[in-house]
Design a protein around this ligand. Sequence first.
Ligand code: SF4
Length: 151
Amino acid sequence: MALKFYNYDIVFQEIPDEVTLAVNLTGCPHHCEGCHSPHLQRDTGIALDEEALNNLLSQYGQQITCFCFMGGDANPRELSRLATYLRQKTKLKIAWYSGNSKLPDIFTHFDYVKTGPYISQFGGLKSPTTNQRLYRNNGGVPQDITARFWR
Ligand code: SF4
């Protein structure tokens, strides 16, 4: 399935110490109970390809330090291809908010990867009981930095 996005925003808390352009991808294959964004489960939106990335970079590239794919679990191969494209085009950090429970094999294509579906009784990353994790790519080794959200 081709990757598409619904909207985007500049955010400050999703990735610690970074000013992040968070791009919300659609076609989410997860069906989390209590999903905060059910519209992202639909196959709708604007194609996320090199042209779209170039447009986003030319508009916001000077204002941000990080580019985050919010979703994209429907097509991780295409996601890693786009991450590689960004890596060649910019010096921005590259992040992926995945809903998968396990750290994906393509982890090394990113500087940060968040894992885990949203489970309401455990809460999101800011909840100390969360099932979600944020990993930093520390030279190819995943470092769990989830506790940064609890300070
Ligand atoms: S991963 Fe996010 S968008 Fe997808 S179903 Fe779960 S809460 Fe909704």
